[in-house]
Ligand binder design. Structure first.
Ligand code: GLN
Length: 393
């Protein structure tokens, strides 16, 4: 936490400080290191999408407050995307809500759906805003830990079932999962759907990495499973899929009453955002399959490039099947404290990474895990791998 915040911060937020992403990006800047910490690409997304934003801006589309639910063009494009990719029918007028990135979607969903004291189950290690937003909503966080086995992280369905109590209001899922790269399988999703129906739970599912799946993994939206259409809030974002993380265009899809509930909270957070960018992302979502396939193939190659480099440098690598992150273990270096390791890494070799320990309730659980992102140019990844190799154990 920054020293100035402590006397003023309320109890709900007392455990939260500066996000690890801000801390590590500042460290990268200060030390001139290669930043494989915060997940943002070092190459902008498609030129035609950037041009579409410029056109919208010049034509005066979106320069004033766009409509609360999002511009109709983007809502229609989101609905068409869900239909084309997953066979899901959503009404663009009542079942889509545009948000200021997935971050606002997560916040608005939790603020709208959680009563103080409700339990919210989240997969651990969890994306840092989940914990903060559950706290802001007055909910109680119940982590279910993904554990490494045979080189990958896995969900234990029994542990998930056992975590549900009479006070559980919702499951906060994330697949593909940041930071572990786990992609929940059809069987796992089916079991989660059954559990949600049986225990009458809502599910908020963060699918921002929906297009970043590798090998034989497949992204299947939870909302497509029996009984889930009316109890699922699906979140996605243009930041990851189109490499424009600074535009902060996200969205939810859900049934009308759920969208309406989330909109009630959202309208008092930002009201609206990113007017001209919404028009550009409407065009992006209509790009042909070749764009999505090419993007995925490119990231797949980068995953292997960085993964090989990390292995050669001596890290234990957990193979991600999705996202643009690789979680590693630093035990082979004789090190145990990921946070200390990450703070020292710029000095040791000019590379910045993120300690996964901050994504756990029990920091001991992820104490020796370090995350690297591979959404960077090949030459940057090569250089980072070389630097890490030079400090090999
Ligand atoms: N989602 C990005 C990551 O995990 C960071 C976004 C942020 O800085 N809030 O690296």
């Amino acid at each position: 936490m920054t020293s100035s915040a402590r006397p003023f911060l309320n109890r709900r937020l007392a455990e939260f400080g500066t996000t690890i992403f801000a801390e590590m990006s500042a460290l990268a800047l200060r030390t001139g290191s290669i930043n494989l910490g915060q997940g943002f690409p070092d190459t902008d997304g498609p030129e035609e999408v950037r041009e579409a934003a410029v056109r919208a801006l010049r034509d005066g589309r979106g320069n004033q407050y766009p409509p609360g639910p999002g511009v109709p063009e983007l809502r229609a494009a989101v609905a068409a995307h869900q239909k084309r990719r997953y066979g899901l029918t959503v009404d663009p007028d009542t079942e889509v809500l545009v948000t200021a990135g997935a971050t606002e979607a997560i916040a608005a969903a939790l603020l709208a759906l959680v009563e103080p004291g409700d339990e919210v189950i989240a997969l651990e290690p969890y994306y840092d805003s989940y914990a903060a937003c559950i706290a802001m909503a007055g909910g109680a966080r119940v982590p279910v830990t993904l554990r490494p086995r045979e080189g990958r992280f896995h969900l234990d369905l029994d542990e998930l079932r056992d975590a549900v109590t009479d006070r559980t209001r919702l499951l906060l899922l994330n697949t593909p999962h940041n930071p572990t790269g786990t992609v929940l399988t059809r069987g796992e999703l089916a079991a989660i759907a059954e559990l949600a129906v049986e225990r009458d739970l809502l599910v908020v599912t963060d699918e921002v990495y929906e297009h970043l799946v590798f090998d034989d993994a497949e992204h299947i939206p939870l909302a497509t499973f029996p009984g889930m259409r009316d109890r699922t809030v699906t979140i996605s974002s243009a930041g990851k899929t189109f490499s424009f993380t600074g535009w902060k265009v996200g969205w939810i899809t859900a049934n009308g009453p759920l969208v309406s509930a989330v909109r009630t909270a959202k309208q008092y957070l930002t009201y609206v955002s990113a007017g001209p960018f919404q028009y550009a992302i409407a065009e992006a979502l209509r790009l042909p399959d070749s764009y999505f396939d090419g993007f995925r193939a490119d990231l797949h190659r980068k995953r292997d490039l960085l993964g090989d480099g990390l292995r050669a440098a001596g890290f234990e690598v957990y193979q991600p099947q999705g996202t643009y992150f690789i979680t590693t273990d630093i035990t082979p270096f004789g090190e145990k404290d990921a946070h200390a390791f990450c703070r020292a890494l710029p000095e040791r070799c000019g590379v910045v990474a993120v300690p996964n320990s901050v994504f756990y309730d029990d920091p001991d659980a992820g104490r020796s895990q370090v995350r690297f992102t591979f959404c960077k140019r090949d030459d940057v990844l090569h250089e980072a791998a070389d630097r890490l190799h030079r400090m090999a154990p």
